[in-house]
Design a protein around this ligand. Structure first.
Ligand code: UD1
Length: 344
C-alpha cells in the first residue's frame, strides 16, 4: 500500500486490516500531506519510509506481495506552476517506477487512486443541442459573476447531469493532467503484463483525519479548519457549484471491493467512487457551520481559474460491477466531521 500514512490511505489500511489482509505501507511523508514525522505503524501495519520514485527501494518491499494499492500522490490545485514538476514527479514518474518494479517482481494486481478531476467539467445537456461539453470558463465571465457553464454552440445555460466513466477525459489543471497520465500508464502496463488494474475515480472525499488547511487540501478541510479557528467558511463563486461528497470510510470500502476485483479479472477498468448524492458547496458550508456551532459562511464571489463548475457522478458502474455502494449519509457524515480531528 503506497501513501498508507495519508488521510485516505490510513482509512484504507484500516479496512484492509479489518478484512484480514497483511499490509506493508510505503510512504515518503511528503510535506504537502504531512507536517509531522510519519508514525512507525498504521492500524498495525509497518510504515516503510520510502519515495515511490526510488526504484531499488520499491523493488525491496515487493517480495511476497500479491497486490499493490497505490494511493501515494500529490493532490489538490497546488500554489502555482512551480509545483508542476513535483506533481509530475510524484504522480507520474512515481507510478512509472512502481509499475516497472511490479512487472519485474511479477506483481500483477493494482488498485489506483484516480480522481474525478480527469473529467474536467461534468456532464451537461443543452435544451437545443443535447449532450454538450462546455470549455473552460473565461476570466471575463467569472469576474462578471457568470459562473454557470454555457453551451459551446449557442451560448445558453446548460443543465448539469451525472458523469459516467465513459465520459471523455478533459483535465483542466496540472494535477488533473497527472491523474490522466497515471490512468494511461496503468492501462498500458495492464496490456503489456496481462495484469489487472482498477482505477478508482474518487469524488470529493471528506472525513476524520483530513489534512488541515493547506494549498493541497480539499474544500471540506478548508471549511472545517476555518470553523475550528472561529472563522466563517469562505464560499467561492456563488456557492451553487455542485460536487459529490463521499465519506472516507466509504472510499476505503471501495478500495477493498476493487482489490477483490483485481483477483478475478484482467485488464483495466475505471469506476466513480461517489455517493450519487450531489450537494452544492454553499450547502456543505452551511451544514458544516451549523453542525460545528461556528460562524455562518460568507459567499465571496472569488474564483479559481482551474476550478470546474459542477461534477456530479453516476455511481452505477461501481455498484453493479464491484458491489460497492456508499453508505454514510451526508448529514451523518457532516455531523461527525464537524468535530472529528484533522491531521496536524
Ligand atoms: C477536489 C480535490 C482534488 C480531488 C478531487 C476529487 C483539492 C484541492 N481538490 O477537487 O484533489 O482529486 O476533489 O476528490 O484537494 N472552494 C470554496 N472555498 C474554499 C476552497 C474551495 O468555495 O476555501 C470551492 C472551489 O471553488 C470549488 C469547490 O469548493 O468550486 C471544490 O474545491 P476543491 O475541494 O478545492 O476542489 P475539487 O475540484 O472539488
Amino acid at each position: 500500500m503506497t501513501g498508507g500514512a495519508g488521510f485516505i490511505g490510513t482509512h484504507v489500511v484500516t479496512a484492509l486490516h479489518d478484512a484480514g489482509h497483511r499490509v506493508t505501507i510505503v510512504d515518503c511523508g511528503h510535506p504537502g500531506a504531512h507536517r509531522r514525522p510519519l508514525p512507525d505503524t498504521v492500524a498495525g501495519a509497518p510504515v516503510v519510509r520510502l519515495d515511490v520514485r526510488d526504484g531499488p527501494g520499491v523493488a525491496g518491499v515487493l517480495a511476497g506481495v500479491d497486490a499493490v494499492v497505490h494511493q501515494a500522490a500529490m493532490v489538490g490545485l497546488g500554489v502555482d506552476l512551480d509545483d508542476l514538476p513535483e506533481y509530475v514527479g510524484c504522480n507520474d514518474l512515481g507510478t512509472a517506477v512502481l509499475l516497472a518494479a511490479m512487472a519485474r517482481a511479477g506483481v500483477h494486481r493494482l488498485v489506483l487512486a484516480s480522481s474525478m478531476v480527469v473529467y474536467g467539467e461534468g456532464a451537461y445537456v443543452c435544451a437545443g443541442h443535447g449532450p454538450v461539453r462546455p470549455g473552460p470558463r473565461t476570466v471575463a465571465d467569472l469576474a462578471a459573476g457568470r459562473f454557470e457553464a454555457t453551451c459551446p454552440s449557442c451560448g445558453v445555460a446548460v443543465t448539469p447531469g451525472l458523469v459516467d466513466e465513459d465520459a471523455p477525459l478533459d483535465p483542466r489543471s496540472g494535477y488533473a493532467a497527472t491523474k490522466v497520465a497515471q490512468e494511461h500508464l496503468t492501462a498500458a502496463w495492464a496490456r503489456q503484463t496481462g495484469g489487472a488494474v482498477v482505477a478508482l475515480r474518487y469524488h470529493n472525499v471528506y472525513g476524520p483525519g483530513m489534512p488541515r488547511d493547506t494549498p493541497y487540501s480539499g474544500v471540506a478541510a478548508m471549511f472545517r479548519s476555518a470553523l475550528e479557528a472561529g472563522q466563517a467558511p469562505r464560499v467561492f463563486e456563488d456557492g451553487g457549484q455542485r460536487r459529490d461528497f463521499v465519506h472516507v470510510r466509504d472510499v476505503a470500502a471501495a478500495n477493498l471491493a476493487a482489490l477483490d476485483a483485481t483477483g478475478t479479472g484482467t485488464g483495466w477498468r475505471a469506476y466513480n467512487v461517489a455517493s450519487g448524492r450531489p450537494a452544492t458547496i454553499g450547502q456543505l458550508a452551511t451544514e458544516l457551520a451549523r453542525a460545528a456551532g461556528g460562524p455562518s459562511p460568507v459567499v465571496t464571489g472569488e474564483f479559481r481559474l482551474a476550478d470546474v463548475r459542477h461534477v456530479v457522478a453516476s455511481p452505477t458502474r461501481a455498484e453493479t460491477e464491484l458491489g460497492f455502494r456508499a453508505v454514510v449519509g451526508l448529514a451523518d457524515g457532516i455531523a461527525e466531521f464537524a468535530h472529528a480531528p484533522l491531521r496536524g
